[in-house]
Design a protein around this ligand. Sequence first.
Ligand code: TXA
Ligand code: MG
Length: 350
Amino acid sequence: MQTIIRMIENNENFTQIIKEGVKYLKNGGLVAFPTETVYGLGANALCENASKKIYYAKGRPSDNPLIVHVSKDYDLYKLVKDIPEKAKLLINAFWPGPLTIIFNKNNCISNTITGGLSTIAIRIPSHPIAYQLIEQSGLPIVAPSANLSGRPSPTQAQHVIDDLNGKIDMIIDGGNVKIGLESTVIDITSAEPIILRPGFITKEMIEQIIGDVNVDKTLLNVNTSQIPKSPGMKYKHYAPKGELFIVKGQLDKVTYTINQLVMQKEQEGYKVGIIATKQSIDSYKRGIIKNIGNRNNQEEIAKHLFAILRELDQIGVDYIYVEAFNNKDFGQAIMNRLIKAAGYKVINTD
Ligand code: TXA
Ligand code: MG
């Protein structure tokens, strides 16, 4: 299949490209587009065959459900059984935006998109390209991240091209995304709301609106045999090809340890990557060094994380060492993705 790639450059071609995308979506095709979090791979949520194509193109396990994206005027009751009071408050506070809410699904929704679950994940994206595409199609659009299953999520069109060129109908290039990590996922179907995937909308931000919420304990725990509540969180994920290790502790000990490890691995003949910060970059002398940004600026780190993992893949490094980050606020999401990408491998220097 030939994939059409279109770059948004100005208002006129924006209108034209959205129209083209809508045509593919209405015909059951697959269109990748930027959202404020990561690039998504969209299809008509009401067309079972289109949703099946998404699983095939991504190589995604069929029990991993998809998020349905809608516009503001879409009648949610076409998708859900009920809208709990807490969900209404969250919708008011955070939609359109990077928060996905799990509802009890309406019976008419196909099991294909919910991975056989009785619940359905929904969000309204705020990115103008995503939003216009969805609104003008008049459809609910399922959109997982537009990467091959297991790879880091795409934060620029080139990442989508690298993973899905020739497998989908269209890629809309809207430049780099703003946030760089996927939406927060919260389940409000039981009395105690629970965060299933941390993201830009933090636990603290949510608690200001609806009071106490839990966080799925399996998300950050290294030594757990429990299965995460969100099916997608149980798979090896966000993983670069090189073997990734997180190094934790005081910064000077961390940089010392990473330097030792890099020297050792290079002597053994391996190519080694380091993910450094503004604060530490001058401490590293060997290896392939990437600057992820200021460690006190979580938004900057989140925005660069997946792109750096992909860059190190392209260089073909065998090992990657990354410094651990503060686990507070948006840092929860950063560390959650890193821990999964590292397959839970953490070196503690304390
Ligand atoms: O930011 C995002 O959410 C991006 C953009 C494109 O919107 N999308 C995204 O989709 O990250 P995906 O498919 O890569 O991740 C969806 C996550 C998975 O972990 C999946 O298991 C979970 O949401 N999920 C979907 N439906 C669910 C449900 N009914 N119950 C629990 N978890 C669910
Ligand atoms: Mg994904």
